[in-house]
Design a protein around this ligand. Structure first.
Ligand SMILES: Cc1ncc(COP(=O)(O)O)c(C=O)c1O
Length: 433
């Protein structure tokens, strides 16, 4: 990584010198003239800090970053240099990761349902490890990629997951798990381990403990029918906002691994974190393009409600931000307010996205200080499922991306090219951060 990633349209790459920080960058932008289109400020240092934190808190769990969460090339290149693996869900994602020169062994094809053509593609590209959760998938795999190493995905949703996935994927560990392993054995397929995903935005660390315990039961069953499992994949679901640490999750996982998988030398443990790695790395800067004042019907001089129209919304990069916070915590459903407005009187306000659709609503009836057309509105923690969900609905462009990284971090990343991950990585990153 000796030079900045290739320039893309609407994309800037900046090396931050000395002590300059991302906070100073944001401050400067907020004082600059408004821009027509929204943009993301991507802070690569944040991703590097997250990785260091992962290595320190979960030393036995190798992260395979979930590409679906944010497939920005600077993020993928950074993670490739940091030595993570990658969870890919499609041919497109696999192709993207391979094009970075990442070895196939660092990829898990973690989609339990794969088209016949995708199986052929995976085989052709040498992607050996993939998940499944049902019998017909096994039959398909037996026909199109019988040499693959399979990972049985079990269902183990956290009761407190903001987006549970178990309704769509994963088998019942107790009722279906043993049957599926029997079926795989009959088809002469190689099953190497168990995976699960406790649900996105999980709020409950114990769900990992319980899921690892459920996986252990299937490890034992597998061994009773002649399989020798070597892989435990604990999925994603970790928080990624700046103010949400993973400490409790790490404690629960480490406790479960100590208890149920004490001989870790024989078993590789991986995870598929998406949100954790990138959530806090991106800030979105939008500009107020329009404003409507609704007066009090009894006194037209009084402002009853203000409506703002921003240049990004739920059909752009705010869908996940809005939906997760709507389920989670309505109080927090307010974008950041620019510094100068913090102490000002607040009015009931509704903030809309730019499209003609009335569901393009960012927050409704929230207390917000009065803003003017042309002012910036800042959203934090926008790195997960923002850009990958965005559309061009109504012809509005997706936000541009400005990538920032400190010079020292950049140098450390370049130096990582030649080291094995873990101990040396920790040492190098500690020096630069
Ligand atoms: C199979 C799989 N792995 C990993 C992830 C990433 O989850 P998260 O971003 O919550 O860590 C997802 C998200 O949908 C997923 O479906």
């Amino acid at each position: 990584m000796s030079e900045a990633p290739a320039e893309q349209t609407d994309r800037n790459f900046t090396l931050l010198e000395g002590n300059s920080s991302i906070a100073a960058v944001i401050d400067k932008i907020l004082r600059s003239p408004p821009r027509e289109n929204p943009f993301h400020v991507l802070d690569l240092d944040d991703i590097v800090r997250k990785h260091l934190n992962w290595l320190q808190q979960l030393p036995r769990v190798k992260p395979f970053y979930a590409v679906k969460c944010n497939d920005d090339s600077a993020i993928l290149e950074t993670l490739a240099l940091l030595g993570t693996g990658f969870d890919c869900a499609s041919k497109g994602e696999i192709g993207k990761i391979l094009s970075l020169g990442v070895n196939q062994q660092r990829i898990i094809y973690a989609h339990p349902i794969k088209s016949k053509e995708s199986l052929g593609y995976a085989k052709n590209k040498g992607i050996t490890t993939m998940t499944f959760d049902n019998e017909l998938e096994l039959v398909k795999i037996a026909e199109f990629y019988p040499e693959s190493n399979l990972v049985l995905r079990i269902r183990h949703d956290s009761d407190k997951a903001l987006v549970p996935l178990g309704k769509k994927f994963g088998c019942d560990a107790r009722l279906e798990g043993p049957q599926l392993l029997d079926k795989a054995k009959k088809l002469n397929l190689t099953v190497v381990g168990i995976s699960f995903h406790v649900g996105c935005g999980s709020l409950d660390a114990d769900s990992f403990y319980n899921a690892i315990r459920a996986a252990k039961v299937l490890f034992q069953y597998a061994s009773s029918i002649g399989y020798s499992f070597s892989l435990l994949d604990i999925g994603g679901g970790f928080p990624g906002d700046a103010e949400k640490p993973i400490d409790e999750f790490a404690k629960a996982i480490n406790r479960a691994l100590d208890e149920f998988f004490p001989n870790l030398a024989d078993i590789k443990v991986i995870a598929e974190p998406g949100r954790y790695y990138v959530g806090s790395a991106v800030r979105l800067l939008t500009v107020i393009q329009g404003k409507k004042i609704i007066s009090d019907p009894n006194d037209s001089s009084k402002m009853r409600h203000v409506m703002y129209y921003l240049n990004d919304g739920v059909f752009g990069t705010l869908f996940d931000w809005v939906s997760l916070r709507a389920i989670n915590d309505l109080e927090r459903l307010v974008p950041m307010i620019i510094h100068s407005k913090r102490d000002e009187i607040r009015f009931k306000s509704t903030i809309w996205g730019p499209t003609c659709d009335a569901t393009d609503i960012i927050c409704e009836n929230v207390d917000f200080p009065e803003h003017q057309i042309g002012e910036y509105v800042l959203f934090e923690n926008l790195g997960a499922y923002g850009m990958t969900f965005a559309t061009n609905f109504n012809g509005f462009p997706k936000p541009g991306i400005e990538v920032y990284v400190r010079q020292d971090t950049w140098k450390a990343l370049a130096a990582l090219k030649d080291v094995n991950w873990q101990d040396k990585t920790i040492h190098l990153l500690q020096q630069c951060l």
